[in-house]
Design a protein. Structure first.
Length: 339
């Protein structure tokens, strides 16, 4: 090729364009201007809003898998937490149910103890609280054993109360425990008085076949005794303080073939399931402690309470003895009713 045919002239400016350095300076200045203008005058905000509106569907579609994974993970975590919470709630509910039962028992026990203390406040004789351990092993008697004995100062013949009234009498005392004969024992007798009329009489235990009750014997058919009459201790025996509630009259049977009425009573004390009692000191010491720890009668002192002297004695003689000589029916109660 001949050399004269080559075009050695530079191209025009509009074909070559600005240089790279010029472009960098131009766009840098434009960017700085836009940033300053947007910061001070917010001129780019409409453009940004328009771009965000156009790109929102694409962003939403792109975020859906991420949201689904997050929701699934959160669901599994919540399910596990809910199961753990349910198990904890069930355990707590079971514990609360158990505690509720204990609280009810404690409230009932507290109420009975308060009532027992209120009953104790009306009695002038000193006493001590005790807990019933178990029933006596003798199947032919109605007795319980408490956790206080001779070392705690329990005396034979001491009256025993619960929150409702007289429960029985201490008949045997050992070093650490004592035996209580309940009122419904067939050999237990207690002098009582009708709180409505003031009539004195003697109540006998009657454990069978009536399921545990008491009976007023040798009461005339003309005596003013009605159902629901309250019987309290008369205090004539020197053992029980006067005015302690004993029983209520349940039935009065006046027969025409006998001169004595058949009067049955229901003790006010809780003869079944009693747990706490109050042991009072007898108003007058009635018995002395024998060498074996059992209560024995003091020959020089009047006895506590007893049944009639002999079963073959006339009923009228027994009634006269109970009315005119109240110190006589004391032997059986102080010695557990054994002659």
């Amino acid at each position: 090729m001949p050399l004269d045919t080559l075009d050695r002239t530079p191209p025009p400016f509009f074909k070559q364009g600005p240089s790279a350095l010029s472009r960098l300076v131009f766009f840098s200045a434009l960017a700085l201007f836009l940033m300053v203008a947007d910061a001070r005058f917010h001129i780019v905000q409409p453009l940004r809003a328009a771009i965000a509106t156009v790109l929102y569907p694409a962003q939403w579609l792109a975020l859906q898998p991420v949201q689904m994974v997050r929701q699934l993970t959160g669901y599994m975590t919540d399910l596990k937490t809910a199961r753990a919470t349910e198990e904890a709630a069930r355990r707590k509910l079971a514990e609360q149910s158990e505690r509720a039962g204990q609280v009810e028992q404690l409230l009932l026990e507290n109420t009975r103890l308060r009532e027992l203390l209120e009953l104790r406040q009306r009695v002038q004789a000193p006493g001590m609280a005790a807990q019933v351990l178990y029933d006596a092993t003798d199947p032919y008697s109605r007795r319980v054993v408490i956790d206080k004995g001779q070392l705690q100062g329990v005396q034979p013949g001491s009256p025993v109360l619960d929150e409702s009234g007289v429960l029985g009498q201490v008949t045997r005392v050992y070093p650490f425990v004592s035996e209580i004969t309940l009122l419904i024992d067939r050999e237990q007798v207690i002098p009582v008085m009708n709180a409505r009329t003031g009539t004195r009489s003697v109540a006998y235990g009657d454990p069978a076949p009536h399921g545990g009750a008491m009976e007023l014997r040798y009461m005339s058919v003309n005596e003013d005794v009605k159902e629901d009459d309250l019987l309290v201790t008369s205090g004539v025996d020197g053992v029980y303080a006067p005015g302690l509630p004993v029983a209520r009259v349940t039935t009065v049977d006046r027969r025409s073939d006998t001169s004595f009425a058949r009067i049955r009573c229901q003790p006010l004390a809780r003869l079944q399931g009693v747990t706490h009692v109050m042991v009072l000191a007898p108003l007058t010491p009635q018995v002395a402690e024998g060498p074996t720890g059992a209560a024995t009668a003091d020959p020089g002192a009047p006895t506590a309470a007893s049944a009639p002297a002999q079963a073959s004695a006339p009923a009228s003689a027994a009634a006269s003895a109970a009315a005119s000589a109240p110190a006589a029916p004391r032997r059986r109660a102080a010695t557990g009713g054994r002659p």
